[in-house]
Design a protein around this ligand. Structure first.
Ligand code: ZN
Length: 276
């Protein structure tokens, strides 16, 4: 029996920062057995790029959402536009949405209102919803607990909350995704959280082009050109084919063989993102 394919629960292939590396990206992705990648838009200005990718590449599962970093600048009719995209793609997820008290100039009540509107949309149609959270885990839990939530549950991407909160989020329907980024030495708390999540709620992600893992976790055989710089700041970026590193890290952290992780993540991904 051959191994189950790979699933990236959260990334941004449409991000313009990846454009200079477009060819490397396509070549790298062609080398791995990737079944699906959830490509998240973060504001109305990038939703069409996500839509185009979804129409071109059957691996792309589109997600449309208003990220907390963009609530202050969103046009008045963003919710109508979001509804239009969700109607155009009946299988699309909602996201990336969430709460963030780390970013400068954040307006938490405004973020909460935008999140609430997106939760209501997702709940009404039982769509998957992908959530971002930085330094707002308490408020996020309260809001999710109050609902409404989709019957299928919700997804916390790049989970960085306390290990002690994992059980509470799981009890109200939470799925959790991690990348090999947690293998950075300073991310011990993230690894503690990884250790306590129920295995049937585990998803893996890259968050490409962000959250670059330390270089010793990258698969140089498959994605030898995996680290590439954007034209502007020269910041190293996370090649989406590095999803293989997330699987290797998950295997190391759970002690499960990678083939078993693949099978489990496939089941979880199907249950959360693909089944109605
Ligand atoms: Zn993201």
């Amino acid at each position: 029996m051959s191994d189950a394919p790979l699933y990236d629960a959260h990334c941004h292939w449409h991000d313009q920062r990846l454009n200079p590396g477009q060819e490397l990206m396509v070549a790298g992705l062609a080398q791995i057995p990737l079944a699906k990648a959830v490509v998240n838009g973060t504001h109305p200005g990038d939703w069409e790029a996500v839509a185009e990718l979804a129409e071109q590449d059957s691996r792309v599962l589109p997600a449309f959402g208003l990220h907390p970093w963009h609530v202050n600048e969103a046009p008045k009719d963003w919710l109508d536009q979001l509804q239009d995209y969700l109607h155009r793609f009946p299988y699309a997820a909602v996201g990336e949405a969430g709460l963030d008290r780390w970013i400068q100039g954040h307006d938490l009540p405004r973020q909460q209102a935008a999140l609430q509107a997106q939760m209501e949309l997702a709940a009404a149609e039982n769509r998957p919803i992908s959530l971002h959270c930085l330094q707002a885990w308490g408020p996020l839990f309260e809001q999710l607990q109050a609902g409404p939530l989709p019957a299928r549950g919700f997804h916390l991407h790049g989970y960085g909350g306390a290990p002690e909160m994992v059980a509470s989020f799981a009890a109200i329907g939470g799925y959790f995704s991690f990348s090999a980024y947690v293998m950075h030495e300073r991310k011990a708390r993230h690894r503690e959280s990884f250790a306590v999540i129920p295995i049937e709620r585990l998803l893996l992600e890259t968050d490409s082009p962000d959250m670059l893992p330390s270089v010793d976790w990258l698969d140089w055989e498959l994605t030898g050109n995996a680290v590439f710089a954007d034209e502007g700041g020269g910041r190293a970026m996370h090649h989406p084919a590095n999803i293989t590193a997330s699987y290797r890290a998950a295997s190391k952290l759970t002690g499960m063989p990678e083939s078993a992780i693949r099978l489990q993540v496939e089941r979880n991904f199907h249950r959360f993102f693909l089944e109605a």
